[in-house]
Design a protein around this ligand. Structure first.
Ligand code: SAH
Ligand code: ZN
Ligand code: ZN
Ligand code: ZN
Ligand code: ZN
Length: 438
């Protein structure tokens, strides 16, 4: 049967790798646990990035524990965040001609360090504007499965910022959204009447060179680990405390290589942190935008039933996977999931979105309201068609297969598997054949 890895969650007392507490996994077959449970790195899906492995029931000797601690210490960044902040202060005092950035080490260089990097490629005359847009200066870590750094296109970033401002938010917890953070930071420093603030939580420590401890926390969103310990946790807690009625929203755009349950578990902890900042206790959820592909809708709703998916297509600068669709514009599968009232999320009419009065939300231009389903049913922006046998709307390219007794791609094998697909959660196919991905 199909084998898969199941996450058993962040386990109390889990051993740590350089990326914080490891997660507990088990191999499954036909939905049943099979074999020994084991711990593996929470952050790295590529063994080359972190090869931490330990059986759950394995006895680890004192010597190995000590060696591991030493290894973890040695695999922390060479400068601390504090040191990077001091280095930045010195860097901005330098004349333009002495401001260098090493492209190989992805590091701002002070003149005394030039020698050490003499055979590395570097950029010179780093301007203040460049320092204010680190996401342009640093190369995106896209090739690493681990980081999957896909940066917002300016249009989408601007849209998100305007949207949350119009909704009345004054503080943004930016979890894995360095470009949004950067846009907020640079507007705040340039426009006097701009009063939004942002705190960036990200695993990409390179950003600590450009932001203070109040602006950036080195954070792992797969295990809710603050690398800066209690101090960093406290910074986050303080930021979430809604002083003077400054409302907070969390915006996150995680890598989508799986582990939705790990993300959900961390986000619930961030929500709890927000809830606990209030003396009386908030009885609502912290407002949130979770930016993720539409084919994860059912997985996200499993963990956050109060969320709904918006039709807005989030676009990226460097996303190679999803290029131009039939319309000439690239069709991104990435959407906004939110616990805010859908009717308040106003999508740009000039991009073809319109308001459906029955559904009480903005939908994309191709998304037709189906009278039978009584909803605007398209997920991907194309016009979907209603299947009377399935009693629901399906993709235009699907047809009803009497063998499988459901709508699917024309080309498919009629074999059934009883385990749900890893991507969409539906039965009948494996992850590799998931129709959502085609
Ligand atoms: N579209 C966003 C970037 C999203 S890419 C923007 O333009 O701002 C995913 C982001 O998540 C990257 O910044 C990456 O560094 C970060 N990330 C990847 N793995 C992470 C982890 N385990 N914990 C925290 N952040 C992570
Ligand atoms: Zn690791
Ligand atoms: Zn509708
Ligand atoms: Zn329908
Ligand atoms: Zn059908």
């Amino acid at each position: 049967g199909p084998a898969a890895l199941a996450l058993l969650g962040p386990a109390p007392g889990a051993p740590s790798c350089p990326h914080g507490p490891a997660l507990l996994f088990v191999k499954t077959s036909q939905g049943k646990e099979e074999g020994r449970r084991f711990y593996a790195c929470s952050a790295c899906r590529d063994r080359k990035d972190c090869n931490f492995f330990q059986w759950e029931d394995e006895k680890v000797s004192e010597t190995r524990l000590a060696a591991r601690e030493e290894y973890n210490r040695n695999h922390q960044p060479s400068f601390t965040h504090r040191q990077n902040v001091d280095r930045y202060k010195n860097f901005v005092l330098l004349p333009l001609s002495k401001r260098r950035f090493c492209q190989e080490c992805q590091q701002l260089l002070l003149p005394a360090e030039w020698e050490k990097h003499s055979d590395h490629q570097f950029l010179c005359d780093i301007t203040t504007a460049q320092l204010k847009s680190p996401s342009q200066l640093l190369y995106p870590l896209e090739n690493k499965k681990t980081n999957a750094q896909y940066l917002f296109a300016d249009r989408s970033c601007q849209f998100l910022l305007n949207l949350l401002r119009d909704l009345g938010f004054r503080r943004v917890l930016s979890v894995g959204t360095p470009r949004l953070h950067e846009m907020i930071q640079s507007k705040a420093s340039q426009e006097e009447e701009f009063s939004v603030r942002s705190l960036l939580l990200d695993i990409d420590f390179r950003y600590s060179q450009f932001y203070t401890e109040d602006e950036f926390c080195h954070y792992n969103m797969f295990n809710h680990h603050f690398f800066g310990g209690e101090t960093a946790r406290e910074t986050c807690r303080k930021f979430l405390y809604e002083e003077n009625g400054e409302r907070v929203i969390m915006v996150t755009d995680p890598p989508f290589g799986g582990l939705v349950e790990a993300l959900a578990s961390s986000f619930k902890k961030l929500m709890a942190m927000w809830r606990e900042t209030e003396k009386e206790g908030h009885n609502k959820e912290m407002p949130m935008f979770w930016i993720f592909p539409y084919f994860f809708e059912s997985r996200i709703l499993d963990f956050f039933p109060s969320f709904s998916m918006m039709d807005y297509q989030v676009d990226y600068d460097n996303h190679a996977l999803y290029k131009h669709g039939k319309t000439g514009r690239r069709q991104s599968p990435v959407r906004i999931f939110t616990n805010l009232t859908p009717s308040t999320i106003v999508l740009p009419e000039e991009e073809g979105y319109r308001f459906c009065t029955v559904c009480q939300r903005y939908v994309s231009s191709g998304n037709q309201h189906c009278e039978i389903c009584n909803s605007c049913t398209s997920k991907d922006g194309r016009r979907w068609k209603h299947c009377v046998l399935c009693k629901k709307c399906v993709k235009p390219s699907w047809f009803h297969c009497n063998n499988c007794n459901c709508c699917t791609l024309q080309k498919h094998s009629c074999e059934k598997t009883d385990v749900g697909c890893f991507v969409c959660g539906k039965a009948g196919h494996k992850r590799s054949a998931c129709p959502s991905l085609s």
